[in-house]
Design a protein around this ligand. Structure first.
Ligand code: HPA
Length: 273
């Protein structure tokens, strides 16, 4: 932790200086889900390229912008674009958004992501509230970073995602009549999509959706005492679940198509937190 504060000290002080308000909630937007930012009242926007020490994004659909926005009366910090482990970044780089949110005073954080549907009752374009996840592939990275025993790290997972925030998401979805699944998100290191055999395996292990982000961020945010919620946009059915060939353009295309209902759900829930 001390290393992170040191490594990113310039980015932290730059953002503190630029911040027009103390944000209540941070929102990290996943692949193709950037449109939410445009549906909010932006007070100030920064490109991540102007922040000293901020790594560059390489994935299409991830713009690399930070917005200070208003949703109802809430002050929101929005990360449009995230850094993925599969792009070759260090795990510490992937956690920078969470660290900055914490340093600016956010008490809550919402992660969104694009994910492949493993549960056969899902369809592309569906939304899934994450009620649990696996972090088996990340234990080493997370433990080495936050420098605590694996038992302490594991305890973090027990409180994450937040039951209270999830209830608010479910109630909001019901009220605005947007179907919202809940389920288990399976973290996959990437960079390639899974094979049908891997999907068949994780399906037996209880996965409902699979994706390459969110879990390390959620665990780190919980470690920093932030309350966490996370939503997956099912952009495609995972390998072998449907016959269709997987592509990143399908992922961003589907995410774009659900942008409206997704933004409405986020806004409704955010105004209630
Ligand atoms: N697998 C992993 N990550 C993903 C997928 C997938 O099928 N779709 C979107 N992100």
């Amino acid at each position: 932790m001390i290393d992170l504060n040191f490594k990113y000290q310039e980015a932290i002080s730059y953002l503190k200086k630029e911040s027009p308000f103390t944000p209540d909630i941070a929102i990290v937007l996943g692949s193709g889900l950037g449109e939410f930012a445009d549906s909010t009242k932006k007070i100030k926007s920064l490109s991540t390229s102007e922040i000293p020490g901020y790594p560059k994004t390489t994935v299409k659909g991830h713009q690399g912008a930070i917005h200070f926005s208003k949703v109802e009366k809430k002050n929101i910090l929005i990360f449009q674009g995230r850094l993925h482990f599969y792009e070759g970044y260090k795990i510490s780089d992937c956690l920078l958004g969470v660290l900055l949110s914490n340093k600016l005073g956010c008490k809550k954080i919402i992660f969104t992501n694009a994910a492949g549907g493993v549960n056969r009752n899902f369809a592309p374009g569906d939304l899934m509230l994450i009620d649990s996840f696996n972090a088996l592939q990340l234990n080493k990275e997370i433990t080495s970073l936050i420098g605590v025993t694996s038992i302490e790290v594991r305890n973090n997972f027990l409180n994450c995602p937040s039951k209270r925030m999830n209830e608010i998401f479910m109630d909001s979805a019901k009220e605005i009549k947007i179907p919202l699944h809940s389920g288990t998100y399976w973290y996959s290191k990437g960079p390639s999509y899974e094979t049908p055999a891997e999907i068949s395996m994780v399906s037996r292990f209880g996965a409902d959706a699979v994706g390459m982000s969110t879990v390390h961020e959620a665990v780190f945010a919980t470690f920093l005492n932030m309350e966490v919620a996370a939503i997956s946009c099912i952009t495609n059915m995972a390998a072998g679940i449907s016959r269709q060939k997987l592509s990143h353009s399908e992922v961003t295309e589907t995410a774009k198509n659900v942008a409206k209902k997704f933004s409405l759900l986020l806004k409704t829930a955010v105004s209630r937190f």
